[in-house]
Design a binder for this molecule. Structure first.
Ligand code: GAR
Length: 209
Protein backbone atom coordinates (compact mmCIF):
# COMPACT_ATOMS: atom_id res chain seq x y z
CA UNK A 1 0.00 0.00 0.00
CA UNK A 2 1.68 3.16 -1.13
CA UNK A 3 -0.93 5.86 -0.56
CA UNK A 4 -2.66 5.86 2.81
CA UNK A 5 -5.65 7.91 4.00
CA UNK A 6 -6.42 8.42 7.68
CA UNK A 7 -10.06 8.98 8.66
CA UNK A 8 -10.65 10.88 11.89
CA UNK A 9 -13.42 12.60 13.85
CA UNK A 10 -11.49 14.27 16.66
CA UNK A 11 -8.12 15.30 18.06
CA UNK A 12 -6.17 12.82 15.95
CA UNK A 13 -3.44 11.67 18.31
CA UNK A 14 -3.29 8.26 16.59
CA UNK A 15 -3.19 10.09 13.27
CA UNK A 16 -0.13 12.03 14.47
CA UNK A 17 1.63 8.81 15.49
CA UNK A 18 0.95 7.34 12.03
CA UNK A 19 2.16 10.51 10.28
CA UNK A 20 5.36 10.52 12.33
CA UNK A 21 6.04 6.84 11.69
CA UNK A 22 5.40 7.22 7.97
CA UNK A 23 8.02 9.98 7.81
CA UNK A 24 10.68 7.37 8.49
CA UNK A 25 12.76 6.81 5.37
CA UNK A 26 12.09 3.06 5.35
CA UNK A 27 8.34 3.24 5.95
CA UNK A 28 6.56 1.32 3.18
CA UNK A 29 3.77 3.85 2.62
CA UNK A 30 2.94 7.56 2.66
CA UNK A 31 0.10 9.38 4.38
CA UNK A 32 -1.49 11.10 1.39
CA UNK A 33 -4.74 12.38 2.91
CA UNK A 34 -6.50 13.01 6.20
CA UNK A 35 -10.29 13.09 6.08
CA UNK A 36 -12.70 14.07 8.83
CA UNK A 37 -16.47 13.82 8.96
CA UNK A 38 -16.40 16.73 11.41
CA UNK A 39 -15.16 20.11 10.14
CA UNK A 40 -14.16 21.10 13.70
CA UNK A 41 -11.93 18.06 14.30
CA UNK A 42 -8.68 19.24 15.88
CA UNK A 43 -6.76 16.65 13.90
CA UNK A 44 -7.36 18.52 10.62
CA UNK A 45 -5.15 21.41 11.69
CA UNK A 46 -2.52 19.04 13.04
CA UNK A 47 -2.43 17.23 9.69
CA UNK A 48 -2.09 20.50 7.75
CA UNK A 49 0.69 21.60 10.07
CA UNK A 50 2.46 18.38 9.09
CA UNK A 51 2.06 19.30 5.43
CA UNK A 52 -0.63 16.73 4.64
CA UNK A 53 -3.81 17.44 2.69
CA UNK A 54 -6.67 17.51 5.20
CA UNK A 55 -10.27 17.52 4.08
CA UNK A 56 -13.58 17.74 5.92
CA UNK A 57 -16.57 15.95 4.48
CA UNK A 58 -19.35 16.90 6.88
CA UNK A 59 -21.78 14.00 7.24
CA UNK A 60 -24.47 16.48 8.32
CA UNK A 61 -24.43 17.98 4.83
CA UNK A 62 -25.72 14.69 3.37
CA UNK A 63 -29.26 13.39 3.76
CA UNK A 64 -28.31 9.70 3.78
CA UNK A 65 -25.44 7.59 5.04
CA UNK A 66 -24.97 6.29 1.48
CA UNK A 67 -24.59 9.74 -0.11
CA UNK A 68 -22.08 10.76 2.58
CA UNK A 69 -20.08 7.60 1.91
CA UNK A 70 -20.21 8.14 -1.84
CA UNK A 71 -18.58 11.54 -1.30
CA UNK A 72 -15.98 9.93 0.96
CA UNK A 73 -15.29 7.18 -1.55
CA UNK A 74 -14.99 9.67 -4.42
CA UNK A 75 -12.47 11.81 -2.51
CA UNK A 76 -10.39 8.72 -1.73
CA UNK A 77 -10.43 7.44 -5.32
CA UNK A 78 -9.66 10.88 -6.79
CA UNK A 79 -6.44 10.78 -4.80
CA UNK A 80 -5.64 7.18 -5.74
CA UNK A 81 -5.71 6.04 -2.10
CA UNK A 82 -4.72 2.40 -1.64
CA UNK A 83 -5.34 1.91 2.04
CA UNK A 84 -7.47 3.45 4.82
CA UNK A 85 -6.68 3.76 8.53
CA UNK A 86 -9.61 4.64 10.78
CA UNK A 87 -8.23 6.57 13.75
CA UNK A 88 -10.98 7.72 16.09
CA UNK A 89 -13.43 7.87 13.18
CA UNK A 90 -16.78 7.80 14.93
CA UNK A 91 -19.22 7.13 12.04
CA UNK A 92 -20.47 3.61 11.43
CA UNK A 93 -19.75 2.61 7.82
CA UNK A 94 -22.24 0.69 5.68
CA UNK A 95 -21.50 -2.69 4.15
CA UNK A 96 -21.37 -0.96 0.76
CA UNK A 97 -18.40 1.20 1.78
CA UNK A 98 -16.74 -1.58 3.79
CA UNK A 99 -17.10 -3.94 0.81
CA UNK A 100 -15.42 -1.48 -1.52
CA UNK A 101 -12.41 -1.30 0.79
CA UNK A 102 -12.37 -4.91 1.92
CA UNK A 103 -8.90 -5.98 3.03
CA UNK A 104 -7.71 -2.39 2.58
CA UNK A 105 -9.14 -0.72 5.69
CA UNK A 106 -8.07 -1.12 9.31
CA UNK A 107 -9.25 0.39 12.59
CA UNK A 108 -7.85 0.87 16.06
CA UNK A 109 -10.18 0.12 18.93
CA UNK A 110 -9.51 0.90 22.62
CA UNK A 111 -10.09 -2.58 24.07
CA UNK A 112 -8.87 -6.15 23.73
CA UNK A 113 -11.45 -7.30 21.19
CA UNK A 114 -13.74 -9.19 21.17
CA UNK A 115 -14.32 -7.66 24.61
CA UNK A 116 -15.98 -4.23 24.78
CA UNK A 117 -17.05 -3.49 21.23
CA UNK A 118 -18.63 -0.05 20.78
CA UNK A 119 -18.10 3.01 22.97
CA UNK A 120 -17.06 3.76 26.59
CA UNK A 121 -14.65 0.82 26.57
CA UNK A 122 -12.55 2.00 29.53
CA UNK A 123 -15.59 2.65 31.73
CA UNK A 124 -16.97 -0.79 30.90
CA UNK A 125 -13.61 -2.48 31.53
CA UNK A 126 -13.53 -0.92 35.02
CA UNK A 127 -17.15 -1.90 35.66
CA UNK A 128 -16.40 -5.52 34.72
CA UNK A 129 -13.31 -5.58 36.93
CA UNK A 130 -10.94 -6.92 34.26
CA UNK A 131 -7.29 -6.76 35.32
CA UNK A 132 -5.92 -6.68 31.77
CA UNK A 133 -7.14 -4.20 29.17
CA UNK A 134 -5.66 -2.78 25.97
CA UNK A 135 -6.17 -1.99 22.32
CA UNK A 136 -6.66 -3.82 19.03
CA UNK A 137 -5.93 -3.12 15.38
CA UNK A 138 -8.28 -5.06 13.10
CA UNK A 139 -9.47 -5.20 9.53
CA UNK A 140 -12.84 -3.51 9.12
CA UNK A 141 -15.85 -5.70 8.34
CA UNK A 142 -19.50 -4.60 8.21
CA UNK A 143 -20.21 -5.73 11.78
CA UNK A 144 -18.98 -3.07 14.23
CA UNK A 145 -15.57 -3.77 15.86
CA UNK A 146 -15.75 -7.41 14.75
CA UNK A 147 -13.05 -7.70 12.08
CA UNK A 148 -10.07 -10.05 12.00
CA UNK A 149 -7.34 -9.00 14.43
CA UNK A 150 -3.98 -7.77 13.14
CA UNK A 151 -2.31 -6.75 16.42
CA UNK A 152 -3.06 -6.19 20.10
CA UNK A 153 -1.33 -4.60 23.06
CA UNK A 154 -2.25 -5.21 26.68
CA UNK A 155 -1.99 -2.95 29.73
CA UNK A 156 -2.65 -3.73 33.39
CA UNK A 157 -5.63 -2.26 35.22
CA UNK A 158 -4.31 -1.03 38.58
CA UNK A 159 -6.03 -0.17 41.87
CA UNK A 160 -7.38 3.37 41.83
CA UNK A 161 -7.65 3.53 38.05
CA UNK A 162 -10.25 5.89 36.64
CA UNK A 163 -11.67 5.99 33.15
CA UNK A 164 -9.15 8.76 32.36
CA UNK A 165 -6.06 7.11 33.85
CA UNK A 166 -6.86 3.89 32.00
CA UNK A 167 -7.49 5.77 28.76
CA UNK A 168 -4.07 7.44 29.04
CA UNK A 169 -2.32 4.09 29.59
CA UNK A 170 -4.14 2.45 26.67
CA UNK A 171 -3.60 5.44 24.36
CA UNK A 172 0.17 5.29 24.87
CA UNK A 173 0.03 1.70 23.59
CA UNK A 174 -2.24 2.67 20.68
CA UNK A 175 0.40 5.13 19.52
CA UNK A 176 3.00 2.35 19.42
CA UNK A 177 0.77 -0.40 18.07
CA UNK A 178 -0.95 1.34 15.15
CA UNK A 179 2.20 2.29 13.21
CA UNK A 180 3.61 -1.22 13.71
CA UNK A 181 0.41 -2.86 12.49
CA UNK A 182 0.26 -0.55 9.45
CA UNK A 183 3.85 -1.37 8.63
CA UNK A 184 3.15 -5.11 8.81
CA UNK A 185 0.25 -4.72 6.41
CA UNK A 186 2.08 -2.42 3.99
CA UNK A 187 4.95 -4.90 3.82
CA UNK A 188 2.52 -7.75 3.15
CA UNK A 189 3.44 -9.45 6.42
CA UNK A 190 -0.22 -9.46 7.47
CA UNK A 191 -3.08 -9.64 5.00
CA UNK A 192 -6.74 -10.52 4.89
CA UNK A 193 -7.45 -13.81 3.15
CA UNK A 194 -10.82 -15.53 3.23
CA UNK A 195 -11.96 -13.57 6.28
CA UNK A 196 -8.83 -14.41 8.30
CA UNK A 197 -5.57 -12.57 8.83
CA UNK A 198 -2.65 -14.46 7.32
CA UNK A 199 0.73 -13.64 8.83
CA UNK A 200 3.99 -14.12 7.00
CA UNK A 201 6.37 -16.74 8.34
CA UNK A 202 7.92 -15.60 11.59
CA UNK A 203 5.18 -13.09 12.39
CA UNK A 204 2.15 -13.32 14.60
CA UNK A 205 -0.56 -11.06 15.92
CA UNK A 206 1.50 -10.29 18.99
CA UNK A 207 4.66 -9.64 17.02
CA UNK A 208 4.26 -5.95 17.71
CA UNK A 209 4.29 -6.33 21.48
C1 GAR B 1 -8.68 6.35 20.37
O1 GAR B 1 -8.58 5.90 21.69
C2 GAR B 1 -9.28 5.28 19.48
O2 GAR B 1 -8.85 3.98 19.83
C3 GAR B 1 -10.74 5.45 19.73
O3 GAR B 1 -10.93 6.84 19.79
C4 GAR B 1 -9.73 7.46 20.25
C5 GAR B 1 -9.33 8.51 19.25
O4 GAR B 1 -8.28 9.30 19.73
N1 GAR B 1 -11.52 4.86 18.70
C6 GAR B 1 -12.73 4.38 18.87
O5 GAR B 1 -13.33 4.41 19.93
C7 GAR B 1 -13.36 3.79 17.62
N2 GAR B 1 -14.63 3.22 17.92
P1 GAR B 1 -7.39 10.13 18.74
O6 GAR B 1 -8.34 11.01 17.90
O7 GAR B 1 -6.54 10.97 19.65
O8 GAR B 1 -6.61 9.18 17.91
Amino acid sequence: CRRIAILISGRGSNMVSLIEAARGADFPGEIALVLSNRPDAGGLERARAAGIEALAIDHKAYSTRESFEQALDAALRERAIDFICLAGFMRVLTSWFVGRWEGRMINIHPSLLPLFRGTHTHRRALEEGVLVHGCTVHFVVPELDAGPIVAQAAVPVVPGDTEDSLAVRVLAQEHLLYPQALRMICEGRARLDGGRVVFAEGWSADGAL
